[in-house]
Design a protein around this ligand. Structure first.
Ligand code: G3I
Length: 404
């Protein structure tokens, strides 16, 4: 009995090949022959193709999955030159009760990154979500700054010299809140006024002089009026911070894309925004790339085509600007992704690898975008060399079961 693959498997292989911008004509032959599995390791990996263009590529990591899923850990080591904690560095995870800290997961992820010579992003210091319950009860204008700065100092000093970049403030704009400055009406703004953002960045710089300090936000990607309004608000914020010499080094564009949805086009508004950030001498990171395909056309091939179209058009527009220096997907595989729960979409295909850790067409779309990207100049204006992990005075890390 020859090893005949089902038409669906052959079509899937053909879709991957077609999605990788190889000669689409071979699609017809794929019906007669089984396409060879797509090469994803070594010089075919996303980190290798990214490096060829002077970029970093990586993903958000679910540390619990990293501990229990060696194949997931292997894939991250194979594909990533930078990673970010999906949740374990958020305040609610670090300090679930006041003055009771849980660093085990963050320390283990930091150790995994350093052991595998992968850079580490910190996410996130000041946000209005995932705040510990005790803080939401106890924070008042009189103690808000002390609590916020103490948290920033605790996180930044613990990993000082070891973090590539921190998302210092996350999602601080929302023009729909109706403020002239476009800021979101968060508990931090209510307690401290707009100055909380400057205070946060200055505290982070003081606690870790070597990390690239990043402002991170979503809804900056497509050509809708809403996204243009959000881009305008972020630029207004960044320009005000720069005018006060606040230490901001980069902007993170979260890059949560939508497939098969009217209005989800990517182009001139995004390019103008990134150019304006470049003119402010900022680096740009695409920090949380994934594709919500819950409203894509039915059928795997149509869904894949919509994901590839969104990914390719977005990355082609963004990577045209050399100030974009890193691309991280929000998860590496659909085995561990927020997309399934958030969009009630258990069959999502909006990441580079599927539930079985096999490449989806999005893998080739990202890889080809890197191959077609303009090469970046060598790192300019990066923070001074990070202190070695064992510099005197470093907080000694408790022995932790090392992740693979
Ligand atoms: O760990 C607990 C578990 O013990 C408990 O049983 C379970 C009950 O619901 O909750 C688990 O915590 C969940 C956590 O993810 C870990 O899975 C939280 O409820 C859930 O709210 C949290 O969602 C995270 C979300 O941020 C929080 O807003 C997502 O995983 C994470 O992908 C998402 O990431 C954000 C970025 O940080 C910022 N940009 C947007 C992005 C997507 O929302």
């Amino acid at each position: 009995m020859t090893n005949l693959r089902t038409r669906r498997q052959v079509l899937r292989a053909g879709a991957i090949v077609a999605g990788s911008s190889l000669i689409a004509g071979c699609h017809s032959t794929a019906l007669m022959h089984t396409a060879p599995p797509l090469a994803v390791g070594g010089e075919s990996s996303l980190r290798f193709h990214a490096a060829s263009a002077g970029l970093l590529f990586g993903c958000a990591v679910d540390v619990a999955a990293l501990r229990r899923d060696p194949e997931y850990a292997r894939l991250i080591r194979q594909q990533c030159s930078i990673i970010v904690a999906e949740n374990c560095m958020k305040w609610s995870n670090i300090e679930p009760e006041r003055d009771r800290f849980r660093f085990e997961d963050a320390d283990a992820l930091m150790a995994f990154a350093e052991k595998n010579r992968i850079k580490m992003r910190g996410h996130t210091l000041v946000w209005h979500e995932q705040l510990p319950a005790w803080l939401e009860k106890e924070v008042v204008p009189e103690n808000a700054q002390q609590l916020m700065v103490a948290h920033i100092r605790k996180m930044c000093s613990r990993y000082s010299g070891r973090i590539h970049s921190w998302d210092v403030v996350n999602e601080a704009v929302d023009p729909k809140d109706g403020r002239p400055d476009g800021l979101r009406n968060t508990p931090w703004l209510q307690s401290l006024g707009p100055e909380y953002i400057e205070t946060a960045f200055r505290a982070a710089r003081a606690a870790d002089p070597s990390a690239l300090l990043t402002y991170n936000d979503w809804g900056l990607e497509d050509e809708t009026v809403e996204n243009e309004d959000r881009r305008r608000a972020v630029l207004l914020l960044i320009r005000r911070l720069r005018a006060r010499n606040v230490p901001v080094d980069a902007v993170g564009i979260q890059s949560h894309l939508r497939a098969g949805v009217r209005g989800a086009q990517y182009g001139s508004g995004l390019k103008r925004f990134i150019a304006a950030l470049r003119d402010l001498d900022l680096q740009v990171f695409l920090t949380e790339l994934d594709v919500d395909d819950s409203r894509a056309p039915a059928g795997e091939a149509a869904r894949d085509a919509a994901v590839v179209e969104a990914t390719s058009s977005y990355l082609s527009a963004a990577l045209a600007d050399p100030s974009v220096r890193a691309v991280l997907s929000w998860g590496i595989s659909t085995r561990h992704t927020w997309l399934k729960e958030r969009y009630r979409n258990p069959i999502t295909r909006g990441l580079p690898f599927d539930d079985t850790l096999q490449p989806l067409p999005m893998f080739a779309a990202i890889r080809d975008s890197f191959s077609n990207a303009v090469a970046r100049p060598q790192d300019k204006g990066v923070r001074p060399p990070a202190r070695t992990a064992n510099a005197p005075g470093d907080v000694q890390q408790p022995h932790l079961p090392s992740l693979r």
